[in-house]
Design a protein around this ligand. Structure first.
Ligand SMILES: [Zn+2]
Length: 80
């Protein structure tokens, strides 16, 4: 079991949340200028670090709000 600290509700079980993937992936400024490979890279390629990783979570079974946190992918410890 992993406890995830919702900024509004406090620590809750991970079963109340949905994972939203890597945080901070910006939409391309001019998507029409991208090649197919660049567009595919934007859509499908994400970092996969061993250690601290900034990611998005939704408290879908609670307040339904989105937030970002930093989680250690080895220990599941929430660092920030
Ligand atoms: Zn919440």
């Amino acid at each position: 079991m992993m406890l995830i600290p919702c900024p509004w509700c406090g620590p809750r079980d991970e079963s109340e949340f949905h994972y939203g993937g890597q945080a901070g992936v910006a939409y391309p400024a001019d998507p029409g200028a991208l090649s197919d490979e660049e567009w595919a890279r934007y859509l499908f390629f994400r970092d996969n670090p061993k250690g601290p990783f900034r990611e998005r979570w939704s408290h879908s079974a609670g307040c339904r709000r989105w937030f970002s946190l930093v989680r250690d992918t080895v220990t599941n410890e929430v660092l920030a």
